[in-house]
Structure formats: structure tokens, C-alpha cells
Write a protein that binds this ligand. Structure first.
Ligand SMILES: Nc1ncnc2c1ncn2[C@@H]1O[C@H](COP(=O)(O)OP(=O)(O)OP(=O)(O)O)[C@@H](O)[C@H]1O
Ligand SMILES: O=P(O)(O)OC[C@H]1O[C@H](OP(=O)(O)OP(=O)(O)O)[C@H](O)[C@@H]1O
Ligand SMILES: O=C(O)c1cccnc1
Ligand SMILES: [Mg+2]
Length: 647
């Protein structure tokens, strides 16, 4: 690799210093790794090593960055666009923004302001400013190191909210007034004046599209720009991405187990971690593959279909059929035909009892429950659903539902279905389906056998899996607590790490190798194999030649020396698109609608190799770096890690 590095170097850059660096580097690595030295010698070598690292960085950057890291030079400021004044109504996901800064709406949640951050971001900002480093050119990666829920994939979400935040980023006067009160009084006034001018007009954000299937270590977002402002984005970006990606992944996992033919309803609002957990949870569950939400505000904001049944309270609020005073219902298509709907329901209940085939199931039912169902049907004759488990599913709830549904049928309406909310959902759904089929036969009501069965009650991935194994007749699942709270794993550990400053790659070391950062501004690609499945994600230095379909490329595990493979990809997809370019003039990608993001997510999930997606012991997906990047990471690692001494 050292030799390759030399070979690719542009000739005219080969001054004496750099040539020396090339010759010494390989030896240098060995020297730093193995010699135990006294402290004076250490200092001497440390100075020498600093110089070598610097030279080596230059070499790598030349190899990989060509003309050097492009800086965004424009200094003109973004339009003053205080998102708190714009309000949140109408801030619909799915606004097809064309990348123009001033047209990107504010974040959905008005609590998301530059003060929604950790104190240390502000103290660092002050210290950067004091040191004159505020405009150093920094590159940060936002990445996760481990997939959630014991799985081998993560669905990336939260990008659109980050772009909205960046597009509207500025400190208001009252923000600055507050900051003044929490910083020490000796902080200079000039800092607060400076803060008033800070925005994201010199920031560039590249990212993997929202809804994509992603893997650990491959940065989900790359944020470049003046050090002070890109540092200030850290906490807010993380809070916008972590839960979003976690709950989207959770939804996608529930969808995978339930199967594509089932209707998945998100019922989480009441159990969510507060209003933002509820609103954003509904949005991201839809992105991850749910069909609808019970959350009306999420429906209004994001255009998600809204669905619902009724609760046990509605059933238990009725005590007698006599409570129903407005009893008549008009035929759906014949205005002249109106009947006493309560009588009609009672007639059907009696007729059902007389059928021999149904006698096994039908005895006395609970009449207060019947009153509740009848009343609900009178209110919603075209959308009648009944919660059947308040008293007894098979002896009362289902027969009462059937009586009301047959009465509706008589008047030209079609009942929607039932909801089961307790007990053995497999058994009850199978038995209920049998009854629906018998009714279809006995009463000649075509399609009655297919009446929708919805199940709810503490459902999670394991329950869905168990139900699949046992067999069931459920068409739709209403899922709340486990989905929206991400009960199985409550947090995703995305981090935001500095990888380059002023063109100098930076590394963060750790005892735990999974926590060592991959330095440099990088480009990332997904390489596909013969069968059309993704084989590996590859990170390369910014200006290394990109991998090409049909060309063999060495892919190396970033840290494990022995793990490497040559790959001849059938197809190569670059992973990043530029979603925010401030005033740089770089064209940006429009933000797709939520529906498009959802479609993209479904496509991505379907394109993965099934063994990476399975619930139990999935095969890890390969994430790798180019040979050159591998060498550079390890060179930088050795040069930054202090050499220990043994006595
Ligand atoms: N066939 C099944 N296989 C596996 N899990 C099931 C099955 N049917 C239901 N479950 C799950 O078992 C749990 C049953 O919950 P629980 O023990 O609280 O009983 P319940 O039916 O809710 O009781 P209650 O009538 O008091 O409400 C729920 O999490 C439900 O999703
Ligand atoms: O079980 P989850 O997955 O969280 O789904 C939401 C639950 O919320 C409702 O129960 P709740 O007891 O709150 O009210 P209800 O049964 O009276 O409607 C509903 O009946 C579900 O059981
Ligand atoms: O509409 C429903 O059935 C519903 C909504 C929220 C929570 N549980 C059930
Ligand atoms: Mg319950």
C-alpha cells in the first residue's frame, strides 16, 4: 500500500520533504509501535512523529483530496427566518423543497431551536471564538456504531428535520440574552455579537437518503463548515436522528415479521414519551412501513392515514338496549326504506341462535354490549367496527357483532370488522374466522367470511412471530407501547465525531476498537453482487478514484487486518447526496415527501439479503474501507497513540 501511495502521487508535488515522508513512513510505524524509549527520546521522536504525521497527512490528502478540501467561501448570510415565528401549522412533511434555503420550512417541533443543545456546545463555541478557531474548516461525521434490537441493520431517519433545523439556524435576541445569564460574567461581549451572525450559510451537509437501510460506522451524515457552527449542530442533530432512526427501524422490524399483507396500525400516542415522542413516533412508524396511525395530529401534519376503533369504555358505558332512543336507520341506497335498527339487530341475533351450525357458539349474549354495538353502528353505518372482548369474545362479543353486521347488511351497508384486545389472539382469531365463514354460508352474505379481524394488546415482534408460528386469522395489528417506546431498546447510540479540521484528518482513539473513529472526509459507496443484493459498504478518501462496476477493488475491515476481500461489484451506488449547501452553490437534492421516503424505505428493505434482515442471529453486513484508507487510519492511530513504557 505504501508503494501504491507513492505510485499515485502527482509528480510535481514530490518535493524533498514529502519524498522523505514516503520513505520513512513504513519504518516509522514499526518504530512507534515497538520501541520503548526514555522520555527525552520520546519527546524527540514525538516531535519527529508530529512532523511525519503532518507530512503523511499531506501525502494522503493529496492522494485522496486532489486540490485539497474545498472550502465554502461565500460569506453572505441566510435570510432571517425565525422558524418560531413561522409556526408549525402547515409544516407538512413532504414539502418538495427545491434546495433553496429560504424555502425550507422550520422543524416540525417548535421546541427545536439552537438552545435545544447541551451546555458544553456553547462553552466550546466561546472557547473556539476566544482562540480564533471559529472559522477553522471542520468535517464531522454523524454515525452509529451498533445496530439496534440485536439486528444487523438500521433505517436512517430524521434527516429532513436536521435540514430544516440547519436551514433556519440562528440565535434570536432572547436566546442570546439567556446565554449571557448562564455563561460566566467575564465572557467577552464580542462573542454574543458574533453569535448573532452565526448561521449555516457556510455549512454543507451530505447524507444518505432518509429511509435508507444503513450499517454501523458508515456515516449517515457528513457535516462540513466553520468549526464553531458545525460543532453547535451536534446535540440537536443527534436528538433529531437517534429516536427517529430507532423507531423507524422498530417499525420496519415489526413490518418484516407481520408480513407485507397485514395492515399495521400505530396506536402508540398514549404510551409515547411525551408529545414529541408521540408525534414524531407516528411519523417515523409510517416511514418504517406502518399503514396508519390513531394519532390525529400526526395525520393532519404529515398526511398519514388516520384509523381507529373504539374503547372498552364505550362498551361499558351502555347498560341496556333501552338506552337507544334514536333507533331508525335509512337504507344505504334506498331513501324510502328506513327500519328500526334495534329491532332488526335483535331479529338477526335470534335467527343466528336458531341455526344449527351456529348453535355451538351462540347462547345468551350481553345485551349492554349489544346496545353499545348497535349504537355505534347507528353512528357509523359505513364504518362499523366493534371491540369484542369486554365481556366474552366468543360467547358475546363476536355474536353481538355478527347480529349488528347482518342488520347493517340488510340495509345495504358493510360492517368493517372486529378488534380483539385480550386473550389468546391466535385462538380467538381462528375461531372468529370460522364463525364469519359460517355466517357467510348460512345467511348468504358474500364476503362476510373475510370481515376484518384486528388484534391489539401489548403486541411486539415476538408476539407477531409466535402468532405466525401458531397460525392466526388476524388481518390487522394495532401496536402501541412496544413500538413507540422502543421498549426492547430505548436508545440508539448515534455519535457526532470530528474527522478533519483545516484539511488535517483527525482520529478519536478508544480502548474499545468499535469506538475508534475513521478519520478524513470520506465518500461512501454500496457495492452490489451478481444476485442483485448489496455485498459491502465501502468508505474511501474524498478524492480516491470511486469504485466502478466490473472493476476489482480491495475492501478491508477498518480495524481487523486479516478481514479483507476483493470485490468485483456488478453495480456501485454512491451513498451520499448533498441536502444542504448553504451559499456554496453546490446543487442540493430536494427533500422528498414522507410518502416517497416510505416507498424508498420499502424498496431498500426488500433489496437486502434476507440473512442480514432475519430476527435471530442475522449475518453481519460487511462495512469496509479502501486499502489506502485502511493504511492511513492505522498510520494515524499509531502516530496519535502514546507509546507506553514498561519498568
Ligand atoms: N397466541 C399468542 N401467542 C403469544 N402471545 C400471545 C398470544 N395471544 C396473545 N398474546 C400476547 O400475550 C399477552 C397477554 O396479555 P395478558 O397476560 O395481560 O392477558 P390479557 O389477555 O391482556 O388479559 P386481560 O384479559 O386481563 O386483559 C399479550 O402481550 C398478547 O399480545
Ligand atoms: O397494547 P398496546 O400495544 O400498547 O396498544 C394500545 C393499547 O391501548 C389501548 O388499551 P387501553 O387499555 O389504554 O385502553 P382501551 O383498551 O380501553 O382502549 C388498546 O386497547 C390497546 O390495548
Ligand atoms: O383505535 C383504537 O382501537 C385504539 C387507539 C389507540 C389505542 N388503542 C386503540
Ligand atoms: Mg391492553
Amino acid at each position: 500500500m505504501q508503494r501504491q501511495l507513492r505510485k499515485h502521487r502527482p509528480k510535481n508535488d514530490g518535493d524533498a520533504e514529502e519524498t522523505k515522508c514516503d520513505e520513512e513512513t513504513a519504518d516509522g510505524i514499526v518504530v512507534f509501535a515497538s520501541i520503548i524509549i526514555d522520555w527525552r527520546e520520546r519527546e524527540r521522536i514525538s516531535n519527529l512523529s508530529k512532523k511525519r504525521v503532518c507530512d503523511r497527512r499531506k501525502c494522503f490528502m493529496m492522494e485522496t483530496s486532489g486540490n485539497g478540501t474545498p472550502r465554502v467561501n461565500s460569506s453572505s448570510k441566510m435570510a432571517e427566518n425565525d422558524h418560531r415565528n413561522l409556526g408549525i401549522l402547515g409544516s407538512k412533511v413532504g414539502v418538495e423543497a427545491d434546495g433553496a434555503r429560504d424555502r425550507i420550512p422550520p422543524t416540525t417541533n417548535p421546541l427545536v431551536t439552537p438552545l435545544l443543545t447541551d451546555m458544553y456546545q456553547i462553552t466550546m463555541a466561546y472557547a473556539y471564538w476566544k482562540a480564533g478557531k471559529q472559522n477553522d474548516f471542520a468535517v464531522f461525521d454523524l454515525l452509529h456504531r451498533k445496530n439496534p434490537f440485536g439486528g444487523e441493520y438500521t433505517v436512517f431517519a430524521g434527516l429532513e428535520e436536521c435540514i430544516r433545523f440547519a436551514a433556519n439556524f440562528h440565535f434570536s435576541e432572547s436566546d442570546i440574552e439567556y446565554l449571557r445569564t448562564i455563561l460566566p460574567p467575564q465572557c467577552e461581549e464580542g462573542f454574543f455579537d458574533y453569535l448573532q451572525t452565526v448561521d449555516c450559510s457556510e455549512v454543507v451537509i451530505n447524507a444518505i437518503p432518509e429511509g435508507s437501510v444503513c450499517f454501523p460506522r458508515v456515516p449517515l451524515m457528513r457535516i462540513e463548515g466553520p468549526l464553531l457552527v458545525v460543532q453547535l449542530l451536534e446535540t440537536t442533530f443527534l436528538t433529531l436522528v437517534n429516536y427517529a432512526s430507532l423507531v423507524t427501524t422498530n417499525a420496519a422490524r415489526h413490518r418484516r415479521v407481520a408480513g407485507n399483507d397485514k395492515i399495521l396500525l400505530e396506536f402508540g400516542l398514549r404510551r409515547a414519551q411525551g408529545p414529541d415522542g408521540g408525534i414524531s413516533g407516528s411519523k417515523y412508524c409510517y416511514l418504517g412501513g406502518f399503514n396508519a396511525t390513531s394519532n390525529i395530529d400526526a395525520g393532519r401534519r404529515f398526511g398519514i392515514p388516520v384509523r381507529g376503533t373504539h374503547s372498552h369504555a364505550f362498551v361499558s358505558s351502555f347498560m341496556s338496549i333501552d338506552e337507544i332512543t334514536k333507533r331508525s336507520l335509512q337504507h344505504s341506497t334506498k331513501p324510502n326504506l328506513t327500519q328500526d335498527f334495534v329491532d332488526l339487530t335483535m331479529q338477526f341475533l335470534n335467527r343466528m341462535k336458531q341455526k344449527e351450525s351456529l348453535a355451538y357458539y351462540f347462547g345468551e349474549t350481553n345485551h349492554s354490549e349489544l346496545a353499545a354495538f348497535t349504537s355505534y353502528a347507528l353512528a357509523f353505518p359505513t364504518a362499523f367496527t366493534a371491540l369484542v372482548d369486554t365481556y366474552d369474545v366468543l360467547k358475546s362479543g363476536v355474536p353481538n357483532f355478527c347480529a349488528v353486521a347482518l342488520a347493517l347488511n340488510e340495509l345495504g351497508y358493510k360492517a368493517v370488522g372486529i378488534r380483539l384486545d385480550s386473550g389468546d389472539l391466535s385462538y380467538f382469531s381462528i375461531e372468529t374466522r370460522k364463525i364469519f365463514k359460517l355466517i357467510e354460508e348460512e345467511f348468504q352474505v358474500q364476503g362476510f367470511g373475510n370481515t376484518v379481524i384486528t388484534a391489539s394488546n401489548d403486541i411486539n415482534e415476538e408476539t407477531l412471530d409466535a402468532l405466525n408460528k401458531q397460525g392466526h386469522e388476524i388481518d390487522a395489528f394495532g401496536i402501541g407501547t412496544h413500538l413507540i417506546t422502543c421498549y426492547r431498546q430505548p436508545a440508539l447510540g448515534c455519535v457526532y465525531k470530528l474527522v478533519e479540521v483545516n484539511g488535517q484528518p483527525r482520529i478519536k482513539l478508544s480502548e474499545d476498537v468499535t469506538k475508534v473513529t475513521i478519520p478524513c472526509k470520506k465518500l461512501c459507496y454500496r457495492l452490489y453482487g451478481k444476485e442483485g443484493y448489496a455485498l459491502v459498504d465501502l468508505m474511501i478518501g474524498e478524492n480516491e478514484p470511486p469504485p466502478k462496476a466490473g472493476e476489482r477493488i480491495l475492501c478491508r475491515h477498518p480495524f481487523s487486518e486479516s478481514k479483507r476481500a476483493y470485490v468485483i461489484p456488478q453495480r456501485v451506488d454512491p451513498l451520499y447526496k448533498c441536502y444542504w449547501s448553504g451559499n456554496s452553490g453546490v446543487p442540493t437534492e430536494p427533500l422528498p415527501t414522507l410518502v416517497r421516503q416510505r416507498e424508498h424505505c420499502q424498496k431498500e428493505l426488500a433489496a437486502q439479503r434476507p440473512d442480514h434482515m432475519r430476527g435471530l442471529n442475522p449475518t453481519p453486513y460487511k462495512v469496509s474501507v479502501s486499502g489506502k484508507l485502511y493504511d492511513f487510519i492505522h498510520f494515524l492511530w499509531l502516530s496519535e497513540a502514546p507509546v507506553g513504557e514498561l519498568h
